[in-house]
Design a protein around this ligand. Structure first.
Ligand SMILES: CC(=O)[C@@H](O)[C@H](O)COP(=O)(O)O
Ligand SMILES: NCC(=O)COP(=O)(O)O
Length: 236
């Protein structure tokens, strides 16, 4: 079964736009789980443009599913994730000023760094996932880092899907087969939506979890959060 982890970054974007606490990030996390989400994902970026450090600590006690925290493993980030006892951490090679996440790790180049960071999280009992492109050498390198899982960066799939679905999904199918063969768990995310999720899920084997935020929250503006989450779950 592929789990749906809802990324609530964009609830925080709306909240921060006016100051105050509306919409509440806490209420969003509670309701997403009530409506069927099997996890909550947040990406507290250094500039706190949406999810803030305090949100991470506020959300943790209301998690009844799984809490996945994404981000670049700075020392502050590492300590925060360990202190809050996340269920899963997803390491993303983002610089502080990126508009959004737009690439996976070069696991060969950053092998020693990733090995050391991953060992710290595993020592703390936190499942690790590292954000990778569907690049076979990057996935072989991921295995060597000791990570529990990879997260396939799916923006290239989402962009190509409307043009040529089979070509769009082919690299991800191959990547998933290799990751499974290597004993890695497989997550996926970025720009997945109601338009492409069912096809992705039907063609990419061994998928443990998808984390979806931007398109899902946008859909919820028109369809409501409950029915939107149900629609996304029906694709898995
Ligand atoms: C890692 C990834 O692909 C996304 O989860 C990312 O967290 C999106 O970040 P923004 O919501 O800041 O675009
Ligand atoms: N890891 C992907 C994620 O959490 C959400 O990405 P997006 O759906 O906001 O593009």
């Amino acid at each position: 079964m592929t789990r749906l982890s809802v990324n609530i970054n964009k609830i925080a974007t709306l909240r921060n736009s006016r100051g105050g606490n509306t919409p509440s990030v806490l209420d969003a996390a509670i309701n997403c789980q009530k409506f069927g989400a099997q996890g909550i994902t947040v990406h507290p970026r250094p500039d706190e443009r949406h999810i803030r450090r305090q949100d991470v600590f506020d959300i943790r006690p209301i998690i009844t599913t799984e809490f996945n925290i994404e981000g670049y493993p700075s020392e502050d980030f590492i300590q925060m994730v360990i202190d809050v006892k996340a269920h899963q951490v997803t390491l993303v090679p983002d610089s502080h000023d990126q508009l959004t996440s737009d690439h996976g790790w070069d696991t060969i180049k950053h092998m020693d760094f990733l090995k050391e960071v991953i060992a710290r999280f595993k020592e703390a009992g936190i499942r690790t996932s590292i954000f990778v492109d569907p690049d076979l050498s990057a996935i072989e390198g991921a295995k060597e880092t000791g990570t529990n899982r990879i997260e396939l960066y799916t923006e290239p799939f989402a962009t190509m899907y409307p043009v040529d679905p089979i070509s769009a999904v082919a690299p991800f199918k191959e990547a998933a087969n290799l990751a499974h063969k290597l004993g890695l768990g497989i997550n996926a995310g970025h720009d997945l939506s109601l338009k492409n999720l069912r096809f992705f899920h039907d063609h990419v084997p061994f998928l443990d979890e998808v984390s979806i935020g931007h398109a899902l929250i946008a859909d919820a503006l028109y369809m409501g959060l409950r029915s939107t989450i149900q629609d996304y779950l029906s694709c898995l």
